[in-house]
Design a protein around this ligand. Structure first.
Ligand code: NAP
Length: 302
């Protein structure tokens, strides 16, 4: 194929890509708009601080003068600003212009806020997808990262190809609040993992082990932990926690070694103390012979 034919094909592909609008060009919105441009989507952008659009305009984006113009430019309107209050501040005045369009809200919020926004969008004739972005901006555009969506499986299916420019779209069903529910839970999981890793890194660091050296082993251990989670998830769904691999009683003894090692090195022990407290409570209630998955009951009954 000649250069001219190849170029013409690329032009045709570009013309056929769905138009997209991105409202909000903070760190994340800029990455989202950049990924749409990289995938060949005609992309319109708007941001409260207009200068942030400059680099995207140089890459081919169209800067809308107003939020209303931004909404009018595309069937798919992605919004990614600080919080839902900002979403409503921007979109309430132009709500009627959303009729017949797809509003993809990638702003982080609570499940209740997502459900409220879905109702608000439906009231104005818009189709609505709420999303949770499971990445930082540099990961956007990588098909290995997940974007969680809920609100309308049909709308997601219709626009899957477009939204795939950002990462792999994961459909979590009809209830618009579910993507936020997963997102908040998964952030909690991340912080717990970070906390355990930083505590352990401080512990081994006290004896001179470098963070990189330790982390190579820690990451491999996490693969094993993921396997335990898979096994325990089945126990949680069944409501039965056979301690046939490692019991809570055994781990109650093991956590004392961690607390002891930490005390001797002047390490903050609050995280392992919490683990000990939860395990001790389960053991005192007669569940010391069960697997660690039994502790789900403590989280359920806060
Ligand atoms: P950011 O860099 O601080 O950008 C915030 C954006 O919100 C800017 O475009 C800002 O406009 C806009 N904004 C804030 N208040 C506004 C208001 N009242 N009216 C109009 N625009 C307003 O934050 P970010 O990292 O892009 O995060 C944006 C959203 O993505 C958040 O909900 C965040 O939780 C979510 N998210 C972020 C990440 C991440 O790694 N960064 C990951 C997952 C999800 P100005 O430029 O004019 O200030």
């Amino acid at each position: 194929m000649s250069y001219r034919e190849n170029h013409a094909n690329e032009e045709r592909a570009h013309m056929s890509r769905e138009k997209v609008t991105v409202i909000g060009l903070g760190q994340m919105g800029t990455a989202l708009a950049g990924a749409f441009l990289a995938a060949g989507h005609p992309t319109t952008v708007w941001n409260r601080t207009p200068d942030k659009a400059k680099a995207l305009v140089e890459r081919g984006a169209v800067r809308a003068g107003t939020v209303a113009d931004a909404v009018a430019a595309s069937e798919v309107v992605v919004v990614c600003v600080l919080d839902y209050a900002a979403v409503h501040e921007l979109l309430d005045p132009v709500a009627d212009a959303l009729a017949g369009r797809v509003l993809v809200n990638l702003t982080s919020g609570s499940p209740e806020q997502a459900r409220e926004s879905a109702g608000w969008a439906a009231g104005h004739g818009a189709r609505y997808l709420d999303g949770g972005i499971m990445s930082t901006p540099p990961g956007i555009g990588n098909p290995a990262i997940m974007l969680l969506y809920s609100g309308s499986p049909q709308t997601l299916a219709e626009h899957r190809e477009t939204l795939s420019a950002l990462g792999e779209p994961i459909d979590l069903g009809e209830d618009a609040g579910v993507a936020s529910l997963y997102d908040t839970g998964l952030l909690g999981l991340m912080w717990s993992v970070f906390g355990g890793w930083l505590h352990a890194t401080a512990l081994v660091g006290a004896d001179g082990v470098g963070a990189k050296e330790f982390t190579a082993i820690a990451v491999r251990w996490l693969t094993g932990v993921a396997g335990f989670m898979d096994l325990y998830a089945g126990q949680i769904d069944d409501g039965s926690y056979p301690g046939d691999d490692a019991t809570i009683d055994v781990q109650l003894v093991a956590v004392e070694h961690l607390l002891h090692a930490g005390r001797d090195r002047g390490i903050d022990g609050r995280l392992p103390e919490l683990h000990r407290e939860l395990m001790a409570k389960a053991a005192a209630a007669g569940h010391g012979g069960d697997s660690y998955a039994r502790l789900i009951e403590s989280f359920r009954k806060a």
